[in-house]
Design a protein around this ligand. Structure first.
Ligand SMILES: *Cc1c(COP(=O)(O)O)cnc(C)c1O
Length: 462
């Protein structure tokens, strides 16, 4: 399988090169030349595998350049860090199926992809005799998944900036209690925006970037999408076994269009997803796109589901490539227009094509709280605010003509305040958080100053 860029100027990359490149050199996103299409019989067989074996089979279709024994080992090590024996178990409450994606080390679905990406980076760097220094900024939630992905890995150091005293207590603890010598938590005296600006400026200094082999673990790496395709197949296998269904709906709480794009690829591979239900919070650019053909940037609002407080969805370009009939020139033109105007327009034919695959709903704060409260009252199950957005959309939009699987993207213990407000209870503390406040911590407080950050990175680079 070879990889190319959605903007048409990068071709013929191997899977390994695609992973190491991350963002394509022409500014586009990397995609496989052909998405493999499975027969219903193949899908049925995959539905009976356990998670690591299923992951190995799906990944094998896209990664011809990694020997099977190595790929198997990478996959097994990546999912051994999950605390549930099924990795992503499917639970059933009152007619709603919930795929729990939060049993990884940081209790959010990003672990599914980042545990694998960290191992892949280590494997490829070793093979190439190279090193990498990962630099990123976080508003709190995604930094820890990146840190856990690469902590303790050889030839990789990671530097994560977070705004000092402006992340939640749990988020800060999850990041700073990782004390492996290759992990550097930098609490900057400033805001998340300062952090993002600094990271951009450091990456913009090309001699510095190449001198220190700077890398990123953002959501556009193809390996992250690939890892996420797996659990759509897993969910179908489990729900089919339980209900005998021939197809199903999946409801996906969405921000960057990464998770739901993986679902779209699974659908193209032949997984019988009747519709993908795209659920957003008040930051609803993607819901407006599906419902009204209106893809236009608004201001970012703060919500109860902060990991979806995003207006420009970084993975959306991958979907545009298919929506535009695989016309890379058209994608490049559209992305250029979008950079200038902050909006994209679609033809009626394109809108019909979107409607064939997606339904969408934007869910506000009150509806999120009501969903957590009502679901808890009816079933005793506590949803986190992100997962609640998906459950609400599923309830409003699925036709009742096939089972619906709601992706649960975070453990409720990560977001105790809204859970308490909605249910009057504290969520149960899962093992990775037990006693976390007494663990050793490592964190450097530093000015929000690009020169100082560069100096720090240069001094501690691998
Ligand atoms: C990142 C994240 C999302 C959104 O996923 P995308 O791939 O960006 O659409 C949803 N829920 C949680 C808890 C997340 O961390």
């Amino acid at each position: 399988m070879k990889y190319f860029s959605t903007r048409g100027n990068v071709h013929g990359l191997s899977f390994k090169d695609a992973v190491m490149m991350g963002l394509a050199d022409d500014g586009g996103l990397l995609l496989p030349e052909a998405i493999p299409v499975l027969t219903p019989g193949d899908v049925e067989v995959l539905g009976h595998l356990d998670y690591p074996e299923l992951a190995f089979q799906i990944l094998s279709l896209f990664t011809e350049d990694i020997p099977s024994v190595d790929l198997k080992d990478l996959v097994e090590r990546s999912y051994a860090s999950f605390t549930h024996p099924e990795v992503t178990p499917l639970v059933h409450r009152n007619g709603v199926y919930i795929l729990e994606l939060f049993h990884g080390p940081t209790l959010a679905f990003k672990d599914v992809a980042l545990q694998l990406l960290g191992n892949l980076f280590e494997y490829l760097l070793k093979e190439r005799g190279e090193k990498m220094n990962i630099l990123g900024a976080t508003s709190g939630d995604t930094g820890s998944a990146a840190i856990y992905g690469v902590s303790g890995k050889e030839n990789i150091n990671i530097f994560i900036l977070h705004p000092h005293r402006r992340v939640s207590a749990i988020q800060e603890l999850q990041m700073t209690t990782v004390t492996d010598p290759n992990v550097f938590n930098l609490a900057i005296r400033g805001t998340f925006d300062d952090g993002q600006r600094i990271v951009k400026e450091v990456f913009g200094d090309l001699p510095f970037k190449s001198a220190h082999s700077l890398g990123a673990v953002n959501s556009i790496n193809w390996a992250r999408v690939l890892a996420q395709i797996v659990y759509y197949f897993y969910a179908y296998g489990r729900v089919r076994r339980e209900t005998g269904c021939r197809d199903f709906y999946v409801s996906v709480p969405t921000g960057n269009f990464g998770d739901i794009f993986a679902g779209y690829v699974a659908k193209r591979m032949g997984l019988p997803i009747r519709k993908l239900i795209l659920a957003t919070n008040e930051n609803n650019i993607l819901a407006r796109f599906v419902r009204d053909g209106d893809y236009s940037i608004g201001a970012v609002a703060e919500t109860l589901s902060p990991s979806m407080d995003i207006q420009v969805a970084s993975n959306f370009e991958r979907y545009l490539f298919y929506l535009f009939d695989q016309d890379a020139e058209k994608v490049a033109r559209a992305m250029k227009d979008f950079a200038g105007t902050g909006r994209l327009a679609f033809t009626n034919q394109e809108r019909a094509r979107v409607a064939a695959d997606f339904l969408a709903l934007s869910v506000d704060k009150d509806q999120t709280l009501a969903t957590i409260g009502d679901f808890h009252a009816a079933t005793g199950y506590i949803l986190d605010p992100h997962s609640a957005v998906g459950v609400k959309a599923a309830k409003d939009l699925s036709g009742g003509d096939a089972p619906v699987v709601c992706l649960a993207t975070a453990h409720p213990a990560k977001f105790p305040e809204p859970v308490r407000r909605a249910t009057g209870r504290d969520p149960e503390i899962p093992p990775p958080l037990a006693g976390i406040e007494t663990r050793e911590r490592r964190c450097e407080i530093i000015d929000a100053d690009t020169a100082k950050i560069k100096e720090y990175v240069a001094k501690h680079a691998v």
